[in-house]
Design a protein around this ligand. Structure first.
Ligand code: NDP
Ligand code: 2IT
Length: 445
């Protein structure tokens, strides 16, 4: 495979799509060896086909605010690859959303979903709508308008969206309501549904829980665990919440959360009522963490900075892409951090990843570490198909086993001659092989 030629061609075809190009390069770099060992992939044009989405759809989303003013946002659904199952992946509502970000997320989702061992293809969607400061009624009207277009593209055996940044249970509810009205079908077309109307227990916690289960497996390779460990977390959303809860259960101490305004350092640890308060902050749609420092004495707000300067044993970036750069990585290593597990999608820049690899730090990439969210979405789809629901314990046990299996697959494909596990390479190869072989079986389509 001629990586530079492929990347040059893609850069020409998709100028300025930086996040997408970054994600593609990272995956292809890991695949060079496996592609050269399997000439059938090159002969069938697997690489050229897998890097382009099957289709990317864009539509306008007009809606009316509480003062009667009309707004128009852009809506998207990128259906990337359905070789191993229906397109599956979240919807992101954030002002930064554009085609490049959704293509990066949809591309990553192909390999992540493959790693879960469940039959799900890759897709992603969303809008540049900003839920910040919007009333419930405005959010409802936006979600209904978004679904007025999206419903034509999705279906329980075609494409099954879910949540991501800015899309939680509330938004899924409004979108599901509109889908049901338009199609007159009560089916599992979205995951992350409410527990009374087809949702799965544990789905809200699943990404964070799964990330910590994965980190637990990584730590076990060094004969250690979370007990007594100091943990730095970024973000204060859905993924951060699940991760913090599980770290507490396992005896670790979380000392940071962060928002776009800066980070909170709470040396006493973030647990119990402090986690509930964090949820309140999030639900207020204000998007700031500063008030936490007024509420809890001993906690300090550090404006405009990221939590990676705090001394910790384990770092869990759970906010957004490219939030941990080279200098942050160097600081973490200098301060004795032994494990970095990505709860978010692509939070570490390529330069940051290089630092972790150079210092042989345990580094788990998002597509493996945060796969528990979509895996539990897959379990929700299974329960919907069977028209029954599993207990918390059953879903959690399945999630835990899936995370252990993903870890095993990463080690199998990522272990280097000196024993260091390159989890990036392991995850990319393990995720790729299943999809590539399915594409080979299905012909050039
Ligand atoms: P939430 O909306 O619940 O929280 C997102 C967090 O990241 C918030 O703290 C948010 O603050 C912050 N954030 C978002 N965008 C930016 C930005 N451009 N700059 C700085 N901070 C930002 O989302 P989730 O917790 O669901 O998602 C977090 C990450 O986890 C994302 O990378 C997502 O793709 C990934 N993920 C989510 C899964 C899920 O099931 N929800 C599954 C797997 C991965 P603010 O809104 O103020 O910007
Ligand atoms: O990035 C992700 O894996 C998600 N946002 C969850 C996707 C899903 O379909 O549950």
């Amino acid at each position: 495979m001629n990586l530079e030629k492929i990347m040059n061609d893609l850069e020409k075809k998709h100028p300025g799509e930086l996040e997408y190009l970054q994600a593609v390069r990272e995956v292809l770099e890991s695949l060079e060896e496996v592609v050269s060992q399997n000439p059938q992939f090159e002969a069938a044009g697997i690489i050229e086909r897998i890097v382009e989405p099957d289709r990317a759809l864009m539509f306008k989303v007009p809606w009316v605010d509480d003062n009667g003013k009309v707004h128009v946002n852009l809506g998207y659904r990128v259906q990337f690859n359905n070789a191993i199952g229906p397109y599956k992946g979240g919807l992101r509502f954030h002002p930064s959303v554009n085609l490049s970000i959704l293509k990066f997320l949809g591309f990553e989702q192909i390999f992540k979903n493959s790693l879960t061992t469940l039959p799900m293809g890759g897709g992603k969607g969303g809008s540049d709508f900003d839920p910040k400061g919007k009333s419930d009624a405005e959010i409802m009207r936006f979600c209904q308008s978004f679904m007025l277009e999206l419903w034509k593209l999705i279906g329980p055996e075609t494409d099954v969206p879910a949540g991501d940044i800015g899309v939680g249970g509330k938004e899924i509810g409004y979108m599901f309501g509109m889908y049901k009205k338009l199609t007159r079908e009560h089916v599992g077309v979205l995951t992350g549904k409410g527990i009374n109307w087809g949702g799965s227990l544990i789905r809200p916690e699943a990404t964070g829980f799964g990330a910590v289960y994965f980190a637990q497996e990584m730590l076990a390779t060094k004969n250690t665990d979370f007990k007594g460990k100091t943990v730095a977390v970024s973000g204060f959303g859905n993924v951060a919440w699940g991760a913090i809860s599980k770290v507490n259960q396992l005896g670790g101490k979380v000392v940071t959360i962060s928002g776009p305004d800066g980070y909170i350092y709470d040396p006493d640890g973030i647990s119990g009522e402090k986690i509930d308060y964090m949820l309140e902050l999030r639900a207020s749609n204000q998007d700031i963490v500063k008030p936490y420092s007024y509420e809890f004495t001993g906690a300090q707000f550090v404006q405009g900075k990221r939590p990676w300067e705090v001394k910790c044993d384990v770092a869990l970036p759970c906010a957004t892409q490219n939030e941990l750069g080279k200098e942050d990585a160097e600081m973490l290593v200098k301060n004795g951090c032994i494990c970095v597990a990505e709860g978010a999608n692509m939070p570490t820049t390529p330069e940051g990843v290089e630092v972790f690899k150079k210092h042989k730090i345990l580094f788990g990439p998002g597509k493996a570490v945060n796969a528990g969210g979509v895996a539990t979405s897959g379990l929700e789809m299974t329960q919907n198909s069977m028209k029954l629901s599993w207990s918390r314990e059953e879903v959690d046990a399945r999630l835990h086993q899936i995370m252990k299996d993903i870890h095993t697959a990463c080690v199998r494909h990522g272990k280097q001659d000196d024993g260091y596990v390159d989890y990036v390479k392991g995850a990319n190869i393990a995720g790729f092989l299943k999809v590539a072989n399915a594409m080979l079986d299905q012909g050039v389509i």
